[in-house]
Design a protein around this ligand. Structure first.
Ligand SMILES: [Fe+2]
Length: 310
């Protein structure tokens, strides 16, 4: 058997470890909890790992996504499950390393007893600054193999299907949150975003003001998603080729939930209005430049470039 407890962290390969640590802490209110010559672990709160920054020779961008196993699922159980269904894996640093069907690297970490089981506001603040996100909540990937990937994440990692958007998007959960993982069919594979849970739209407002002062901009949002119900804002991170989503007010899912198929329309994406610009699904320079200058909103379409994703 296999059962995941939570999304543990997203590891990003970076160009310059010091500069990246400084950016991620200053801009998002994260705290450095561990550092080494080629890695830094940043946390949202003392019990909430979030982002690992690595200089391991890879191109800047996603390095891996790490999931923590449930208390009752030992590493040996997870390994036997993966071996039993023929998913290659290897043990590294006390965890398991494997790849999904599009080569995205995944780590499975054993359950770790938290330092405190009390809610965060009942624990000492330590070195935390005010305004940090509560936790890393979910990840989202663009994919060219959505049906295969949905099957993989269900069979290999035990995720449960919450919703489909037509057959172009799928949302998967571990327990009662609407999703910890999402896949969007864009005809190619790329990490799209990591998402921080903020308390409410008031905290989101303060965070977006702060990010604007750091030169960040929104690729899309604020939105109110039909699917998932979360209020969400997507900030472009050029350096690590992804977005950060800040979200709140996500739908909670009952234990006996039946997966739904939402119509693939504007309302399912954003009950408040606009669909994302085309640049939102791209990470090439033309898309970034177009988005930075809001050219699509000014009526100047983003050209297809040969070989570029749709
Ligand atoms: Fe998201």
């Amino acid at each position: 058997m296999i059962e995941l407890r939570r999304l543990h962290h997203v590891a990003l390969a970076v160009d310059d470890l010091d500069a990246a640590s400084r950016r991620w802490t200053l801009e998002f209110g994260l705290l450095v909890s561990e550092t080494g010559p080629d890695r830094a672990l940043l946390v949202c709160d003392d019990g909430a790992p979030a982002v690992e920054l690595l200089t391991d020779g890879r191109e800047p961008g996603l390095d891996h996504v790490a999931w923590e196993l449930s208390r009752d699922c030992r590493l040996e159980d997870a390994r036997a499950h993966l071996d039993g269904i023929g998913v290659a894996n290897e043990e590294v640093d006390g965890g398991l390393r494997l790849n999904d069907l599009e080569g995205n690297e995944l780590h499975l970490l054993p359950y770790a007893e938290p330092g405190s089981r009390l809610v965060p506001h009942a624990r000492p603040a330590g070195n935390l600054a005010v305004g940090h996100p509560r936790r890393l909540g979910h990840v989202n990937f663009l994919t060219g193999r959505i049906h295969d990937q949905v099957r993989f994440y269900g069979e290999a990692l035990g995720m449960r299907l919450t919703d489909w958007l037509g057959d172009g998007g799928a949302w998967l959960r571990l327990s009662y949150e609407h999703h910890e993982m999402a896949l969007v069919d864009k005809g190619y594979s790329h990490f799209h975003h990591l998402a921080f849970d903020v308390v409410d739209i008031g905290q989101m407002r303060a965070a977006l003001d702060h990010l604007g002062r750091h030169g960040r901009w929104l690729g899309w949002g604020p939105t109110r998603h039909g699917v998932g119900g979360n209020i969400a804002s997507y900030v472009r991170i050029v350096e690590e080729a992804c977005f950060v989503e800040l979200y709140c007010d996500m739908e909670k899912i009952a234990a006996d939930h039946e997966p739904r198929i939402w119509p693939d329309d504007r309302y399912s994406s954003n009950t408040w209005g606009p669909l994302p610009p085309r640049s939102y699904f791209r990470f090439d320079q033309a898309a970034i430049d177009s988005e930075r200058a809001s050219l699509e909103m000014l009526g100047q379409p983003l050209d297809d470039v040969p070989g570029a994703p749709r």
